[in-house]
Write a protein that binds this ligand. Structure first.
Ligand code: PHE
Ligand code: FE
Length: 285
């Protein structure tokens, strides 16, 4: 697959993004966008992490790690075991050397949420944006935006899986196309119900591979074990029709047989599908 160059936004596009996000959300943007480059990347200034922040990382890691057996998918557990994330906030440059060998992906440090087309542009070039800030002690159980713990712990291990690595790049390219076709709503649901909240039928049972599940203690138990959670077989059209909840556990999760199935079922051109979806009803979460 060819990797398009990242389209650097103009400075006024940046100002507009910051103003829109800040006015739309109640809390404003959580990260510091003042020193970013045109592609929204920043430096990870490792010396700035305080001992208290390192301690928060260790406590988050320990809590989540204990919950993984029987709940996280095998690909995630084995990749995490080979990484050295337990005792300190990970360093982007160290992980990047490992990722380059494994799947030819790179992590790029960013201040926080990004405009859609910037995010897609990074994925299309096999660059995964990871937020640099970590939550404060009073945010230990709930954060308003993804922080470095969600991004690293939840997403990075599966970037070492070649199928997920290829799927994410295809997603980025598909995102740039969906934007042109005015179909981002549908494609966003696919990301949500796979990369963030996806389940996979491992040989030992249904397990989590979505980062939103894997980085949350409550949702990990809920998604895999709760009798109140609905678990449906992955169905592309159904996924794209289904709205999602952003401030509560999901009511429905979609289970793929394998990452091969996920990759293959999303490979066909979505242009016609988007048009068909406009005539189909939206489904409640
Ligand atoms: N096949 C999709 C399209 O044509 C691209 C895509 C692939 C989107 C994988 C998401 C995930 O638009
Ligand atoms: Fe995420």
């Amino acid at each position: 697959m060819d990797t398009p160059r990242n389209t650097a936004p103009q400075p006024d596009a940046r100002a507009e993004f910051l103003a829109t996000v800040a006015s739309r959300s109640q809390h404003g943007l959580r990260g510091d966008y003042s020193n970013m480059r045109d592609d929204y990347t920043v430096e990870q200034d490792y010396a700035l992490y305080t001992p208290q922040q390192q301690d928060i990382w260790r406590r988050l890691y320990r809590r989540q790690h204990e919950l993984l057996p029987g709940r996280a998918c095998a690909a995630f557990a084995s990749a995490l075991a080979r990484l050295d994330f337990a005792d300190a906030i990970p360093r982007f440059d160290v992980v990047n050397e490992q990722l380059a060998v494994a799947t030819n992906w790179q992590l790029v440090p960013v201040p926080g949420l990004l405009p859609d087309e910037v995010f897609f542009g990074h994925l299309a070039a096999r660059r995964f944006p990871v937020t640099v800030w970590i939550r404060a002690p009073e945010e230990f159980d709930y954060i308003v935006e993804p922080d470095i713990f969600h991004d690293f712990f939840g997403h990075v291990p599966l970037l070492f899986d070649s199928r997920i690595a290829d799927y994410l790049q295809a997603y980025g390219l598909g995102g740039l196309k969906a934007k042109r076709l005015d179909a981002l709503k549908y494609l966003a649901r696919l990301y949500w119900y796979t990369i963030e909240f996806g389940l996979v039928a491992d040989p030992d049972g249904v397990r989590a591979y979505g980062a939103g599940i894997l980085s949350s203690p409550g949702e990990l138990r809920h998604a895999v074990e709760s009798p109140d959670a609905q678990r449906e077989r992955f169905d592309l059209i159904r996924v794209m029709q289904t709205r999602y909840l952003i401030d509560d556990f999901q009511k429905v999760y979609f289970v793929v047989d394998s990452f091969d199935q996920l990759f293959e079922e999303t490979a066909p051109d979505f242009s016609l599908l988007y048009r068909a979806l406009e005539r189909l009803p939206e489904l409640d979460p």
